[in-house]
Every structure is written in structure tokens, then in C-alpha cells.
Design a protein around this ligand. Structure first.
Ligand SMILES: [Fe+2]
Ligand SMILES: [Fe+2]
Length: 284
């Protein structure tokens, strides 16, 4: 079986970890950060470490990417909020609270990158903080969580797209953005696992836990198309530019294909069915 390319470490980014890393450090070794740009037109050159070093085009694109990123983080807090004390079990409530805390921190982290862009960045932050439910950029973040199955499907499908977006930035050409990724990714992993477990429990245990298999299936049909839309247009020039600038590592279509490959067996393992990738799509 060939390895999943999305799981393959980037060249030069596979340092020892855990006990092996501790041993290396004890013996006087050091951790080498990845200093050079790994792909795109400037591959091999030092990463950009401050907003002042960026070309106007790159500056504009990073601001745009961070505004969308922060908007999704703040929007999802509003979506989760009613379930902080409405989730079916004590453990579910506790994980809801953790997710909200994580998303809040991710929003802060994206805004810290925006702050580096001075007054312009601060104006975007002020605007982001004023957004209420229904005013967000992406459809998936303007939909309410009417049922607990919505929380399961959202964290399973929509947060997972978020993970692909973050992984696309891993070790990217802009140092401050690249360095923000590892912690955000490890926190997002909890959200995905939780979403999978909630949806699976609804599907397999039904009313003993919450809802029914039919309800879990309806949530799959509701959120999967919105999740696929989040990757953006298939022939987007911006995504090509982002790769050439060393900011992202996949085109929208490549990332969407990797995602579908990952999600298909997961959904089958819950005893549920995925609609076709064309079902109810708004952005193709
Ligand atoms: Fe997040
Ligand atoms: Fe998340």
C-alpha cells in the first residue's frame, strides 16, 4: 500500500521527538529549525520572518488568509456556545468547553499575525471582533448547531477541513505563520476525534446516547457538502499563487481529494453513507 502523501513529513522536517529528542538535547545536541523556504519560486532562500520583508502581493495574501482563518475560529465559538451546557453528557460538556477555549486561542494566534501588519492588521482585527452570527465569510460558519448531531458532524467534517488548511501552511515561507502551526494542529486533532466519536455514538447507540442513526445520517448530508465547499474553487488562481509563494503546499483540488480519501472510510466505519462529492455543492 502506498503511503498517504498528506501524512508524509516534509523534507527536513522530521526531527527526533520524545525520548530520542530528550537524549539528543541532554548530550548537547540542538534542534535545527527549518530556515529555508521549502517549495515555490523562492525555494532554498531564507524564510520571511517579518511583515516588512514581504512583497505587497504576499502581504495582501497573508492578510487575506489570516482574516479568513480568524473569522472561522471566532464564528465556531458562537456556534458551539449553546452546547457548552447543552451537550448530552458531562464529558461531552467538558470537551465542548475545551474546544471553545482552543478556537479562542486559534483566533488570538491568527490575530497576532495580523497585528504584525500594523494599523491595517488592527483594522481587520477590529472588524473580526464585531462579526455576529450569520455575518461570517464561509457558509459552514453561518449555520446553527440545531441538534447535537450537528456538533458531531461539524467537528468531524468542518474542523477536519480546517486541519487540511493548517497543514497546507506547515513549514511555509512565512516564519511566524509556520511556527503557529504545530500547537494549533495538535489541538485540532482533539476536535476531529471528538466529532468522529460523537457521530459514531449517535449512529451506533441511537437513543441510548442521543438521537438516532437517521439523525446522524442527516447531519452527514448537511455538513459534508459545506465542508467540501470550504476548500474553494477547483481552478483558483489564488491557490496556485499561494503555492508559488511557498505559503501553501496544495491546490484547493489536491487538498479536497486528500480529504475525501481520508473521510470515506471513516464514515463507512460509523455505518453511515457519504453523499456524492457533487451533492448540494455551492462552490465547485
Ligand atoms: Fe481552530
Ligand atoms: Fe477546531
Amino acid at each position: 500500500m502506498s503511503a498517504d502523501p498528506s501524512q508524509t513529513p516534509l523534507p527536513g522536517t522530521n526531527p527526533p521527538s520524545g525520548p530520542a529528542l530528550a537524549k539528543t538535547l541532554r548530550e548537547g545536541g540542538t534542534i535545527e529549525p527549518v530556515r529555508e523556504i521549502l517549495w515555490g519560486d523562492a525555494a532554498g532562500v531564507r524564510k520571511y520572518e517579518s511583515a516588512e520583508e514581504l512583497t505587497p502581493e504576499m502581504r495582501k495574501l497573508i492578510i487575506r488568509l489570516m482574516v479568513v482563518q480568524a473569522d472561522t475560529e471566532f464564528a465556531s465559538i458562537q456556534q458551539h456556545r449553546p452546547w457548552l451546557d447543552g451537550a448530552p453528557t458531562l464529558e461531552d460538556r467538558w470537551i465542548e468547553a475545551r474546544i471553545v477555549a482552543d478556537e479562542s486561542r486559534h483566533g488570538l494566534q491568527a490575530c497576532r499575525i495580523l497585528r504584525d501588519f500594523g494599523e491595517e492588521g488592527q483594522q481587520y482585527i477590529d472588524d473580526l471582533l464585531s462579526k455576529r452570527e450569520g455575518q461570517h465569510k464561509l457558509d459552514a460558519f453561518n449555520m446553527k448547531f440545531d441538534r447535537w448531531s450537528d456538533v458531531g458532524a461539524f467537528t468531524c467534517f468542518v474542523d477536519r477541513v480546517g486541519v487540511y488548511q493548517l497543514r497546507a501552511f506547515q513549514e511555509c515561507a512565512y516564519g511566524p505563520l509556520a511556527r503557529a502551526m504545530p500547537l494549533m494542529l495538535s489541538e485540532e486533532q482533539l476536535h476531529l476525534n471528538f466529532g468522529f466519536s460523537v457521530l459514531k455514538r449517535i449512529s451506533k447507540d441511537g437513543p441510548k446516547y442521543y438521537g438516532s442513526k437517521e439523525e446522524a445520517q442527516a447531519a452527514v448530508h448537511k455538513w459534508y457538502p459545506r465542508a467540501l465547499d470550504m476548500f474553494g474553487h477547483s481552478h483558483s488562481e489564488t491557490s496556485q499563487k499561494a503555492i508559488a509563494m511557498g505559503l501553501k503546499r496544495w491546490t484547493n483540488e489536491e487538498a479536497r481529494a486528500l480529504y475525501i480519501k481520508e473521510v470515506t472510510p471513516l464514515v463507512a466505519s460509523m455505518g453511515l453513507e457519504l453523499p456524492s462529492p457533487d451533492f448540494d455543492r455551492h462552490i465547485l
